[in-house]
Design a protein around this ligand. Structure first.
Ligand code: GGG
Length: 359
């Protein structure tokens, strides 16, 4: 893809610590942009639970069309205790993923130098994999309903949706990624208990991976797979799962790699027919919001993925080096990593590292 001189990026800090970590991402992106000869026009949106409470909607009518013209979307966190979680998620995050066909949710898990894993005896060489989550169908479906509400016959039905197109394209995406990495792809399934969708998922995994005979493949039921993440994280290179399984695995993975506070994610539209969206895996963390102690590394790593997607590989790599340098120093680690630095101190350290001419 061709690099541009300037990018239009929508920035949606959202709720809670999203509003504290995204400004850090923005300032480091501005810094590397200046160094690498491009600029970013940030377009600010206050779409959030706070907006829901005052205006009755997470985003305004026409919000999605407003985003469509942007080169990328940079999002913080969605959710606040005063608004039901399904209302905030289905009012902002999920409509964006679907409207822009961001069907691949890519969530790298890497134990970085200097960070200790809660798993005894594990180092950076043991934990380096990517969870590829199907992002627009599966268990996240609005098909279903409730009848006999409020009576003792109350009945709720929730349908999962697994299409051949949807399964094949996410499994293919995972295979392509594995081919560019260590050549191993694992499928998360549950075809012993879930009788229709999961045997179909397995069938499609077999069919698509046959197109990639050079890849090694594995398949585990989700229950034992979670145990293997803890006991054998070194077995994994690329792990592909449905919307729900991928979501769960991509919280477990970062916990194994030290903290969810460093976990990035990219909601990718691989066909580039609409903007992709980049966001930390973590949510709004009401327990620590407003204290200025949130770890901004996940937001910065997500910003690096955004620059990589835009074709700014050197700037993206600079951000990763700055993250690694900052985390190596115990004094510039936040509380979730056993340190005492606040968000601002980590930002200062990242900017200082980016100032170094050797970077
Ligand atoms: N920064 C991501 C965020 O706010 N996530 C909240 C959440 O619960 N997400 C669920 C999901 O990713 O499906």
């Amino acid at each position: 893809m061709t690099e541009k001189n300037s990018y239009d990026i929508a920035i949606i800090p959202g709720d809670g610590i999203g509003t504290e970590v995204l400004p850090v991402g923005r300032s480091v992106v501005d810094k590397v942009a200046a160094k690498h000869g491009f600029s970013v026009d940030w377009h600010d949106y206050d779409w959030s639970c706070q907006r829901y409470e005052t205006a009755g909607a997470m985003m305004p009518d026409g919000g999605l069309e407003e985003l469509r013209s942007k080169d990328a979307i940079y999002l913080g966190a969605v959710g606040w205790p005063s608004v039901p979680d399904h209302v905030s998620l289905w009012g902002l995050l999920i409509p964006i993923r679907r409207a822009f066909d961001q069907y691949a949710n890519v969530r790298p898990v890497r134990l970085l130098q200097g960070i200790s894993s809660p798993l005894a005896g594990r180092g950076p060489e043991d934990i380096d994999f990517v969870v590829v989550r199907e992002n627009v169908e599966g268990e996240y479906s609005e098909i279903g309903g409730r009848i006999f509400t409020g009576t003792d016959r109350e009945t709720v039905v929730q349908e999962a949706v697994f299409t051949r197109v949807g399964c094949d394209r996410i499994i293919r995406y995972a295979c392509e990624l594995a081919a560019a990495r260590r050549g191993h792809v694992t499928s998360a399934t549950k075809s012993n208990g879930i009788i229709h969708s999961m045997p179909f998922w397995d069938e499609r995994f077999r069919a698509v991976t046959e197109e990639y005979p050079h890849l090694e493949t594995a398949q585990f039921h989700i229950d034992i797979l979670t145990a293997h993440f803890v006991l054998h994280p070194d077995w994994f290179d690329v792990v592909v799962g449905s919307n729900l399984f991928g979501d769960i695995l991509s919280d477990l993975g970062p916990a194994v790699a030290g903290s969810i506070g460093i976990a990035p994610s990219a909601n990718i539209n691989p066909d580039r027919t609409a903007p992709s969206m980049f966001e930390p895996v973590h949510g709004s963390a009401p327990d620590i919001a407003g204290q200025g102690v949130a770890n901004p590394i996940a937001a910065v790593w997500s910003a690096s993925m955004m620059l990589g997607h835009l074709g700014e590989a050197a700037a993206a790599a600079d951000l990763i080096t700055a993250i690694e340098t900052t985390l190596k120093n115990p004094e510039t680690r936040t509380g979730d990593l056993g340190g005492s630095a606040d968000t601002r101190a980590v930002e200062t350290a990242l900017l200082r590292t980016l100032d170094k001419p050797t970077l």
